[in-house]
Design a protein around this ligand. Sequence first.
Ligand SMILES: Nc1ncnc2c1ncn2[C@@H]1O[C@H](COP(=O)(O)OP(=O)(O)OP(=O)(O)O)[C@@H](O)[C@H]1O
Length: 301
Amino acid sequence: MNAIETKQLSKAYGGHKVVKGIDLSIKKGEVFGFLGRNGAGKSTFINMLTGIISPSGGSYSLLGIEGPDHKVMKQVGVMPDYSSFYTSWTPMEHLRFFSELSGSKASKVRCREVLGRVDLLQHANKKTGKFSFGMKKKLGIAQAIIHDPELVFLDEPTSGMDAESVIQVHRLIRELQEEGKTILMTSHNLDEVEKICTRIAIMRDGIIDKIGTMEELRAYYRSTMTVKMKHSIVPIQEQAKLKQWLESAGTLLEHGEAVTVITIGDEKKIAEIIRAFTQCKADVLRVEVEEPSLEDIFLDE
Ligand SMILES: Nc1ncnc2c1ncn2[C@@H]1O[C@H](COP(=O)(O)OP(=O)(O)OP(=O)(O)O)[C@@H](O)[C@H]1O
C-alpha cells in the first residue's frame, strides 16, 4: 500500500487549471520533496491532499483510504500556515488543543518531548505573539507531529530558519523517516532536498515535469554537458570530415579555427572527440566541461 496515491488529480480556478491531472505514488517511508517555482501548483496539490481545498477532478488516497476522509486525518500531520497561531496562546496550549482536535489530547509529557525535538522547550510556556518567524515554523512542525502521525505534510519547513535550526529540522525529518513515517515536503532549497529527500518531483505549470531519485535526476544532469575545446588549426583537407563527425557526436555550438564548443549526451564522448581531432591531424590543447547547475535541472524551461 502506498502512503499517497493520486490519479489525474486536478484543480481549476475560474476555468483555469492550476494542477493539471497529476498521477503520483509515494511509498511508505519516503521523504518526498516537491520543488518548483512560485505558482507552479505545489501548495494547491498538497492542499487538496490535506482536505484544505477540494479537487476539481481525479482522485486520491492517503494510507490506502480514498479521500477526502476525516478519519484518516488522525494519522496525518499537516504543518499549519505560520500565521495561524493564536498570539495569546503558548506552544503548550497550541499542542494540547490541536492534538485534541486530531482525536487524542497529548499529555504534557508528550508536548514537552515534541517541543524538545524542535528546540522550543525553553519557550513552552511563552505566548507565541512574540515568537520570531523561525520559532513559529518550529511550532508548526511540532503541531504536525504531536499526534504521532504516519504521514506528515511539511510546507517549506525550514524557510526563514537559522542554520542551526535547519540542521535540527533535517535531523528530525531523518528520525521520523527512521520511525517509518512518510513525509511529503515542499522546499525552495535545492541543497536541503538533495540531503534529505529519497525522491523529488519538480512541478511546473501544474504538472510534474521531472521525478526521480537524486541519482536519476543526476543522470539527466550529466546528459547535457557542454564541452569547450581549444585546439590547433585543423588542416584544410581534414576540416569537412571533422565537422561532419562532430555534428554526429552532439550539437555543435561553435566550430572556429581554434575553439570548438559542443553539447554532448555522454561523457564518454569526450575521449572520442579528442581522438577525432588527432585523427584529423589537430591537437586538443585544453578541454573545459560545463555541466548545468542543479538549478538548471530543476528550474529549466
Ligand atoms: N484561491 C485561488 N484562486 C485563484 N487562483 C489561485 C488560488 N490559489 C492559487 N491560485 C493560483 O494557482 C497557481 C498555483 O499556486 P500555488 O500556490 O499552488 O503555487 P506554489 O507552487 O505553491 O507556489 P509557491 O512556491 O509560491 O508557494 C498560481 O498561479 C496561483 O495564483
